[in-house]
Design a protein around this ligand. Structure first.
Ligand code: ARG
Length: 588
């Protein structure tokens, strides 16, 4: 289905042509003076030079062609040569009806769907999720949904960190605490227990304890490094422990991601890429991409146009150990082999930007990816507290994700109970739904690359540019529609017709922009554009609502048209928030 703005442009292009000018001047944009017009065309200004004519003369010629237009209700040439446009109500209503009849609300589905892998979440085994993981999860999830809405095949991969020193640290600490466990017996040959020798809360205490010790005690650190090495060599007892750590952790991670309404298609791990390393290293050597530098194996990735120094990508350390880079490159090899993606998008803290520049360049240079495989780094900024410093607990520690979600939900619960529109037994559940919207919208409404301030008071407010405000608007629409049905109205019999007042028209115009907005948000990997859009729609709806007595309207035809418009607005809003990864309750 064509986008509204393209249909408007087609009408303008035809008019330019009929008036004897080149059709390409008939470009249309949303008006930057909404008080004067809805859309505008600046083609006459652009054409003045080519035709050696005053722009206003061209504008007048074009306007003369549009007197009978079925698309525009008003077309004005204004000095020095702008063309101001208003869309015909019937045309707009027809467009919205066509959108409503389309499963994707007028968004054209990709003709050649791409396979897109999104690497997001990035939690580390045995470490609890903290606020630093929030952004990756929220942004990645919405990009995944956005890609799918456009008709692409999108695969979300959590890319679990399970292969580093943290594993050796945990094993070492366990060894100190419980040296008698069978996992540590050299000559043990029996089956290892199926039950893990720790719970998730023990695990979450063990890791920080071990990490702290290793910072003070050199010998302890050596031991942990040795344990990591032994694990990576495949020691049976250590592997069995590692499996326990993994299982206990993943169960807990899944539970937490579920609370965020975030799901992954793949629960791949760094360790899954390890089998690809030996062949990859051999290949890099054989093909001459890698060379030794002070004992380490590196690939040069600097380019002539670089304005800052891009260090070589290190593949193996001088002791032969692999690194974070090695794993990421091997993961690329694995992904190409198993999924052959057209694009891989990494949603990771922007402080890892240089690192990913090295990895991508190395992958390209060494042809680990096809020439036309896109590698994208979407680096996000830091989530700060009100003091402008990275978000912390009141005690100054790293805040666990669970704690943050809990705090927001408590705050929402208080507000919802105050409102008294929800039965108290439902209030808890509603608080979770609205709380999630508060968190996600608060995050996604900012451009991903920028830092932002996580402000609990602002994010949970029912007013302003917030998740709860958007949900409140949807709930308001739902309640009007419910009342309409309660008094015997039939939603299916309602159909949109032309606008009868300015605020209704504004709402219709906003709704008509949906497809263009979605395409743009997808191309720019910019969920914040969806937030900005639904905020505009919500404002337009509330404006209309305050000016119009909808259910009290006597003219049945008008009333039905409004009801249809409301149902449609609800659908547009709910589709958009679903792409953002949250939903609306029935009441709040
Ligand atoms: N686990 C990593 C960290 O905590 C993030 C992983 C990002 N993804 C990747 N392919 N490197 O920093």
């Amino acid at each position: 289905m064509k986008k509204l703005i393209d249909l408007l442009a087609e009408e303008m292009q035809a008019a330019f042509e009929k008036a004897g000018y080149d059709a390409s001047y008939g470009r249309v944009s949303v008006s930057n003076r909404p008080d004067l017009c809805e859309y505008q065309c600046n083609g006459a200004m652009a054409g003045a030079k080519a035709y050696k004519k005053a722009p206003i003369m061209i504008a007048n010629d074009v306007v003369a062609q549009l007197q009978e237009s079925h698309v525009f209700s008003q077309v004005d040439a204004v000095n020095p040569g702008f063309i101001n446009l208003r869309v015909k109500e019937e045309f707009l209503a027809d467009y919205l009806k066509e959108m409503a009849a389309d499963e994707h609300l007028g968004v054209t589905q990709a003709e050649q769907p791409k396979t897109i892998m999104i690497d997001y979440g990035g939690p580390n085994v045995a470490k609890p999720l903290h606020v630093g993981h929030l952004r990756s999860a929220i942004i990645g999830e919405s990009l995944k949904r956005l890609g799918r809405f456009m008709g692409h095949k999108v695969i979300g991969d959590v890319h679990l960190g399970d292969w580093g020193l943290q594993m050796g640290l945990i094993i070492t600490e366990l060894r100190h605490r419980q040296p008698d466990l069978v996992y540590f017996q050299e000559d043990y040959e029996g089956e290892y227990p199926t039950e893990a020798p720790f719970t998730i809360s023990e695990l979450e205490e063990i890791y920080p304890a071990a990490s702290a010790k290793s910072k003070e005690d050199e010998a302890y650190k050596e031991e942990a490094m040795e344990a990591t090495h032994r694990l990576q060599q495949g020691d049976a007892g250590y592997m069995a422990l590692w499996n326990h750590i993994l299982n206990v952790s993943v169960t807990d991670l899944k539970k937490n991601y579920e609370k965020l309404n975030v799901t992954f298609d793949l629960w791949k791990k760094e360790s899954d890429a390890q089998p690809y390393i030996p062949d990859m290293v051999q290949y890099l050597k054989d093909e001459g991409y890698a060379h030794l530098d002070q004992g380490a194996l590196v690939v040069d990735v600097k380019e002539e146009t670089d304005t800052k120094e891009i260090p070589p990508c290190m593949i193996l350390k001088s002791d032969g150990a692999s690194l974070y880079n090695t794993t990421d490159l091997a993961t690329i090899v694995e992904r190409m082999k198993l999924f052959h993606p057209d694009e891989i998008i990494y949603v990771v803290d922007k402080r890892q930007e240089l690192y990913f520049t090295q990895v991508f360049r190395c992958a390209r240079k060494a042809k680990l990816v096809d020439e036309d495989t896109g590698l994208f780094f979407l680096g996000f900024g830091t989530m700060n507290g009100k003091d402008g410093k990275p978000f912390k607990t009141r005690q100054g520690g790293v805040m666990r994700l669970e704690t943050l979600i809990g705090e927001i939900n408590d705050e929402m619960y208080k507000k919802i109970v105050e409102n008294r529109s929800v039965k108290s037994e439902d209030a808890q559940k509603t608080a979770q739904t609205v709380g999630l919207a508060a968190i996600k919208y608060g995050d996604l409404s900012n451009q991903a690359t920028k830092d932002y301030v996580f402000d609990v008071d602002r994010f949970t407010s029912f007013e302003g540019d917030t998740g709860p405000y958007i949900l409140y608007t949807i709930v308001r629409i739902k309640s009007i529609l419910n009342r309409y049905v309660e008094v015997g109205g039939d939603l299916a019999a309602c159909s949109m017709s032309g606008a009868s007042n300015e605020s209704e028209k504004s709402l219709m115009l906003e709704l008509g922009k949906f497809a263009g907005m979605i395409e743009n948000a997808y191309e720019e990997k910019a969920p914040h554009k969806i937030c900005a859009y639904i905020y505009d729609v919500a404002n337009a709806f509330n404006h209309f609502y305050h000016e119009t007595k909808i259910l009290g309207e006597e003219d049945e035809y008008k009333k039905q048209s409004w009801i249809a418009l409301l149902a449609f607005a609800q659908r547009v809003l709910e589709t958009a928030i679903d792409i953002l990864g949250f939903s609306a309750p029935d009441k709040m």
